[in-house]
Design a protein around this ligand. Structure first.
Ligand code: HEM
Length: 388
């Protein structure tokens, strides 16, 4: 929506900065997300042949649910959806509460909290690591790799200087490779020695009577680990930030906890963590009255759609009582976020525990929050708070 700011009346345009089409409107994006035949999630379709021959390609794309189209997508999604049924997720509530308390117990009593480091980063990563069955204590390793992937990907999309671009790509790939190698070792272990965890379930899962390949399991785990924590970290930070900047809502939600889920939904709309999703056109098509040729890359800016005044009255106002609140923060259609119930649960549990433990939680004058540098991500990277 930083792009849309230039010409707010535009819903669809070719964005020179990105070298691809950008779509900002809510109905236009719904049309795209609900039509996977015309708008493929397989962005590798447009990657030149010679790049596909690169040895790393197979490793990074097989089994990547986010980039699969039907019919393979439906089959793969079925495999993992069993791990995220409403019952499985609801049963995690006591564990999420226990982890939240443990993390906050460790903070000390100096009247300060760095929300991201102390809670918003470790909580979702511990939850997803425990689900997968990789040691949650390794989260500092993941963080290093993931940070290098995302910080350098900002340069990849925006910096035109070739040398810097090359360096950024190398750094990003090195982070991704380290994470894939790490997961690969765990997958190999599970093949030899099954355990009671999601990684073992993926190793043993069958698709059309055949087990998934090693690369598929590794990439599947990679997507869960990545998608399962960065976005939720941002949701938790953003929710606290929204309450800090809207103290009347902070007071109201503290007094009436039934409002907490609505606060979280509005935070997802107002500061949408995952700002854009990518698609490629499989044929010439029309979106919002604009013709987009076949085989073009497009970014659907869900963060902009979540401020579309045709759907949300007074869209720049933070109002948890919006009803309905059809935000697109978790996407729509066949790729709708599989982890949405888990993210919502973590948000609700963490917010309630923060309310219980700290009668006040405020940003500190002179120590403003730091935001993510990647334009695809809306969220705080550091959020120092006073608890007094
Ligand atoms: C898909 C956002 C949390 C796993 C998506 C999509 C969005 C999204 C927008 C759709 C992408 C597309 O259409 O191309 C978010 C946000 C989260 C969150 C904002 C937190 C606030 C989680 C969690 C997990 C997860 C906790 C896992 C435990 C996934 C997976 C997909 C997905 C596997 C791919 C689904 C598919 O392609 O069928 N997420 N997500 N997400 N998300 Fe999330």
């Amino acid at each position: 929506f930083w792009l849309r700011g230039r010409q707010p009346e535009k819903r669809v345009e070719f964005a020179e900065e990105l070298g691809m089409w950008s779509v900002y409107g809510h109905p236009e994006i719904e049309q795209i997300l609900r039509d996977p035949a015309t708008f493929s999630s397989d962005t590798t379709r447009l990657v030149p042949e010679e790049m596909l021959k690169n040895a790393d390609y197979e490793v990074t794309s097989a089994g990547n649910l986010l980039q699969l189209d039907p019919p393979l997508h439906n089959k793969m999604r079925k495999l993992v959806s069993r791990a995220f049924t409403p019952k499985v997720v609801a049963d995690l509530e006591p564990r999420i509460a226990a982890i939240t308390h443990e993390l906050l117990d460790a903070v000390g009593t100096q009247g300060r909290l760095e929300l991201v480091e102390d809670l918003a980063y470790p909580l979702p990563v511990i939850v997803i690591a425990e689900l997968l069955g990789v040691p949650a204590g390794d989260r500092y390793l993941f963080k290093g790799w993931v940070d290098s992937m995302f910080e350098s990907s900002e340069q990849i999309s925006l910096v035109k200087n070739d040398e810097k671009q090359d360096e950024a790509i190398k750094k990003s790939m090195a982070g991704q490779k380290a994470l894939l190698d790490y997961l690969g070792e765990h997958v190999d272990e599970r093949r030899k020695q099954p355990r009671e965890d999601l990684l073992t379930k993926l190793v043993e899962a069958e698709l059309d009577g055949e087990r998934l390949s090693r690369a598929e399991v590794v990439n599947f785990a990679n997507i869960l680990l990545l998608a399962g924590h960065i976005t939720t970290t941002m949701l938790l930070g953003n929710t606290v930030l929204c309450l800090d900047t809207h103290p009347a809502w902070d007071e109201r939600a503290r007094a009436d906890r039934t409002l907490v889920p609505a606060v979280i939904e509005e935070s997802l709309r107002y500061l949408t963590p995952f700002a854009a999703v990518a698609r490629t056109t499989t044929r010439e098509t029309e979106v919002g009255g604009v013709t987009i040729p076949a085989d073009r890359m497009l970014m659907a800016w869900i963060a902009a759609a979540n401020r579309d005044e045709r759907v949300f009255a007074d869209p720049d106002r933070f109002d948890p009582l919006r009803d309905p609140n059809p935000h697109l923060a978790f996407g729509r259609g066949i790729h709708f976020c599989i982890g949405a119930p888990l993210a919502r649960l973590e948000g609700r549990v963490a917010t309630n525990i923060l309310f219980d433990r700290y009668p006040a939680l405020r940003t500190i004058p002179g120590e403003p929050p730091k935001f993510q540098v990647n334009p695809n991500m809306t969220g705080v990277r550091e959020l120092p708070l006073t608890t007094a």
